[in-house]
Design a protein around this ligand. Structure first.
Ligand code: PMP
Length: 459
């Protein structure tokens, strides 16, 4: 169906895509998106799609926010590029650093700018190593993240990630990066175990891992407040308290990856606020510019910064930084984006509309295909099963594994298949009527599939 000189044919001729079967793509081709409006995007034929994943969890203000375009244009004219190496700076990055420190949910002091979530997490690992050297604890370099976590794809950040597909074929994880169990109660909770007991078990497992490795070798623990790409894993209410107690006992740093949760997603400015998380470093990206520009940042407290400052005084300057880090155009967009989020009360909107969305989605929980509906604020997932009692995963090819593609093709909804779950993460600017439209589309597809699944389910 690809025309010889079409965009699709040219894409197939020239592009290798991430997370795309490179072989079958040669036949199927891409979905080419041309423009956007609010939570919708449009393909080359003018067909409209509801972007229920906000791009990749990232476009908070929707796809045509003029004020962001104007902020970019103005900065392009004033100073299109400058860097922050060797004690140089520029207004937009100075203002943005100040803004991030002010917004942070705990006392923070400094910001280091990077270009992507992966680079930011990679950079945190470098800062931690540099800090441990500064403290005269060179053996303290191990970090712990969680199975099912997603922290990026560079060699080091992919090691932090706890998903097999990101390790397999790359000889990862790196040896100093360890994984402990995720707070996925639906999948990992033992029969008859309460959520509270499950959280206690996860904290005890973490404690045991630290003991086994030697507490003086563990520098930091990495975690997302709510895990996104691993399947929208909402932790039990007391999980973070219990984890933080263990970390405190051994004086281990806590790094919060707020790449998805940050700037309103969970109904608070930061996911850390939702769970009382008190991190030493916070990683932000994506929604900081509504993804209109690649920009990420690490917000640091003095516990991180002071030894780094000592080390750069003693040994030499921090030998790490990215040419485009804190880019003036990206920083100007971020400042305008954060201003709009505050002016329009979008965090409160995300809390209110998110509550409404969670309620509407939970009405689907009685559907025979839906094992669990989970989420908080404007992020949610439907866990799909063939057998509710046995929690038989519905990822069987040809069964309901294709639900995301059916939503796309039949209802014009872009969602995401993640293992056995469907993720929903609409832009913050979505309206109540648009949530109704989205939930009706999901419900419609689930009902269409009832018959098919009945045939596949063993009697
Ligand atoms: N951390 C989290 C929590 C993420 O969701 C992502 C991207 N989905 C990353 C890090 C990596 O960000 P990037 O793709 O910009 O490298």
């Amino acid at each position: 169906s690809m025309l010889p000189n079409s965009q699709e044919a040219r894409d197939v001729a020239y592009q290798l895509h991430p997370y795309t079967n490179a072989r079958t793509h040669q036949q199927a081709g891409p979905l080419v998106i041309e423009r956007g409006e609010g939570p919708y995007v449009f393909d080359a034929t003018g067909k409209r799609y509801f972007e229920a994943m906000a791009g990749l969890w990232s476009v908070g203000l929707g796809f045509n926010e003029k004020r962001l375009v104007e902020a970019a244009h103005k900065q392009m004219q004033a100073l299109p590029f400058y860097h922050t190496f060797s004690a140089k700076s520029h207004g937009p990055s100075i203002d943005l650093a100040e803004k991030l420190v002010a917004l942070a949910p705990v006392t923070m002091s400094k910001v280091f700018f990077t270009n992507s979530g992966s680079e930011a997490n990679d950079t945190v690992l470098k800062l931690i190593a540099y800090r441990s050297n500064a403290l005269g604890q060179p053996q303290r370099k191990k970090v712990i993240s969680r199975l099912r976590a997603y922290h990026g794809v560079t060699i080091a950040s992919a090691s932090l990630t706890g998903l097999p597909n990101n390790h397999r074929s790359f000889d990862l994880p790196l040896p100093n990066i360890l994984h402990t169990g995720s707070p996925h109660f639906y999948k990992d909770g033992a029969p008859g175990e309460s959520e509270e007991d499950f959280a206690t078990r996860r904290a005890e497992e973490l404690d045991a891992l630290i003991q086994k490795e030697g507490p003086d070798t563990i520098a930091a623990f990495f975690g997302e407040p709510v895990m996104g790409a691993g399947g929208v894993i909402v932790p039990p209410a007391t999980y973070w308290d219990k984890i933080q107690k263990v970390l405190k006992k051994y004086d281990i740093l806590l790094v919060a990856d707020e790449v998805i949760c940050g700037f309103g997603r969970t109904g608070k400015m930061f996911g850390c606020e939702t769970y009382g998380i008190k991190p030493d470093a916070i990683v932000v990206s994506k929604q900081i510019t509504s993804s209109y520009f690649p920009l990420s940042a690490i917000i640091l407290n003095d516990r991180m910064f002071e030894p780094i400052a000592d080390e750069s005084n003693k040994i030499g300057v921090l030998g790490h930084g990215f040419t485009a880090g804190g880019h003036p155009v990206g920083s100007a967009i971020a400042l305008e984006n954060l201003k709009i989020i505050e002016e329009r009360g979008l965090v409160a909107h995300a809390a209110e509309l998110g509550g409404y969305m969670q309620g509407k989605l939970r009405e689907l929980a009685s559907h025979p295909l839906v094992g669990e509906v989970r989420g908080v604020g404007m992020i949610a997932a439907l866990e799909l099963v063939l057998d509710k009692g046995r929690k038989t995963a519905a990822s069987t090819p040809g069964a309901v594994g294709g639900i995301a593609s059916r939503m796309l093709q039949e209802r014009g909804v872009i969602s995401r298949n993640m293992l056995d779950a469907i993720a929903i993460c609409p832009p913050l600017i979505t309206t109540k009527a648009q949530i109704d439209e989205l939930v009706a589309a999901i419900s419609g597809v689930l009902n269409d599939m009832k018959g098919e699944v009945a045939k596949l389910t063993p009697a």
